[in-house]
Design a protein around this ligand. Structure first.
Ligand code: PLP
Length: 441
């Protein structure tokens, strides 16, 4: 066992590269298998997965129903050129049109979230004949050049030279740190001002996460999505909801934007569409936009668009959300998570805020609840993350994997989680937070 584990580690470290990371001195999780909400390493240790991989394994790990669907499809045909049709491609398109809001009835299938965003931007520009795209600072839309330029995540600053032109960002303040009672109105006014400065007639689209994810689950001011819809209608701008993380039950509804009663013109889907079982995504488009290309060629294409095996995984996963009532479970378990973290807030001086929708949650750690001084600030350097690194190390040592950055710890377990497993996860987080509490004033 020891030798096997060491060989696996050596092969990985010597011959593969790791995202967003220095390549030396890393200590990656060495995963052997996974089931439900648990990962297992090569020593047989059980690790609770409290962020569903990268907030994508929504149905939980190791579901045989997906394996069966994938194998059955591969036995018939694994791959065909995207200009060909298959039974599974049509069935998946039909199913997506049933669960997506409004008249978002047509899918262009992609291979991941970033390829969905790139194609959404391209299609919006082709459709409107305009060039600018408005997005939010403190958002993430993927790591390819267009998607990265669209996002407001500071990772793009390290590769600033690659940023594409014609992306304009707005800063939507977040409630916990906003100053003054007028923050909602101020944020609306700022949107109007920025559009006026940049010329609303130049904007092809506004791209917004259906619910803020890895930037800290930052809730929008009340009515903000509706205001965006109005602004878009007024100026002929398309509204694109990035549902890569917030889609497929993550927020207790099919899609994040369903929580706001707003219908976008396009949605970008990935992650939960196959729950990570295979890489896949979709750009979901309204009938009106699709009709624009009835007689004009639609200049989008990917070798792996509508990949039959990935389509089979997606349809099986969507059926599992329904069969296992997972979206309702996400809502119920989300409420339970909120109640339990409310109790933890009283116990831990380091918990400043907890923002959550369904099972997409983020604990924000502070040194001082009154002044709200952060335990580690936005885009903190490695040497400023010493306390957070200790907290993270403790979380791992106690048998949990979860996504965390700066002073944020995310709580986004698979949607099949139960109360007992939430308690188990929160016991680990609480134990690790004792370290952070020691640094509170
Ligand atoms: N959009 C959002 C909201 C995301 O959270 C992500 C990834 O985390 C992406 C897009 C990019 O997706 P992918 O990593 O599949 O390209």
């Amino acid at each position: 066992m020891g030798e096997k584990k060491d060989t696996i580690l050596k092969n990985n470290l010597n011959h593969t590269l790791f995202s967003w990371s220095k390549q030396k001195g890393i200590n990656p999780l060495n995963v052997d298998k996974a089931k439900g909400v648990y990962l297992y390493d090569h020593d047989g240790n059980k690790i609770i997965d409290f962020s569903s991989g990268l907030m994508n394994v929504n149905i939980g790990h190791g579901d045989q129903r997906v394996t069966n669907a994938v194998v059955q499809q591969m036995e018939k045909v694994s791959y065909v050129t995207p200009s060909a049709i298959t039974k599974i491609r049509g069935e998946l398109g039909k199913k997506l049109s049933e669960i997506c809001p409004g008249d978002l009835n047509k899918s262009f299938f992609t291979v991941c979230g970033a390829t969905g965003i790139e194609n959404a931007i391209k299609l919006a520009r082709l459709y409107t004949g305009r060039h600018k795209i408005l997005t939010r600072y403190r958002s993430y839309h993927g790591s390819t050049i267009g998607a990265m330029s669209a996002g407001g995540d500071p990772r793009r600053l390290k590769v600033d030279v690659h940023q594409a032109p014609n992306f304009v960002h707005i800063e939507i303040p977040y409630e916990y740190r906003s100053r003054g009672a007028n923050w909602e109105k101020d944020s609306f006014d700022q949107l109007d001002r920025i559009l006026a400065y940049e010329g609303p007639e130049n904007f092809a689209a506004i791209v917004m996460e259906g619910e803020s994810g890895s930037s800290g689950c930052l809730k929008l001011p009340k009515g903000y999505f509706k205001k965006l819809r109005q602004v878009c209608d007024k100026h002929g701008i398309l509204l694109i909801s990035d549902e890569v993380m917030s889609g497929f039950g993550r927020t207790g509804k099919w899609f994040g934007i369903n929580n706001y009663d707003v219908i976008p013109d396009m949605m970008v889907l990935a992650k939960g569409i196959t729950a990570g079982y295979l890489p896949f995504g979709a750009l979901q488009v309204s009938d009106t936009i699709a009709a624009h290309f009835d007689n004009d060629p639609m200049m989008l294409g990917l070798t792996y668009s509508a990949h039959p095996t990935a389509c089979a995984a997606a349809l099986a996963v969507i059926n599992i959300y329904e069969e296992d009532n997972l979206i309702n479970n996400a809502k119920e378990m989300g409420k339970y998570m909120e109640e339990q973290i409310e109790l933890l807030k009283r116990k831990h001086p380091s918990i400043g805020d907890f923002r959550n929708t369904g099972l997409l949650g983020c604990i924000e750690l502070v040194k001082n609840k009154k002044s709200k001084e952060s335990m580690a600030h936005f885009n903190a350097k490695p040497e400023e993350l010493k306390v957070m690194d200790k907290v993270k190390a403790k979380i791992s040592e106690l048998g949990m994997y979860t996504f965390s950055k700066w002073n944020y710890i995310f709580t986004a377990p698979p949607l099949c989680i139960n109360k007992k497993q939430i308690d188990e996860g929160l016991r680990i987080i609480s134990e690790a937070l004792r370290i952070a509490d020691e640094y509170c004033e």
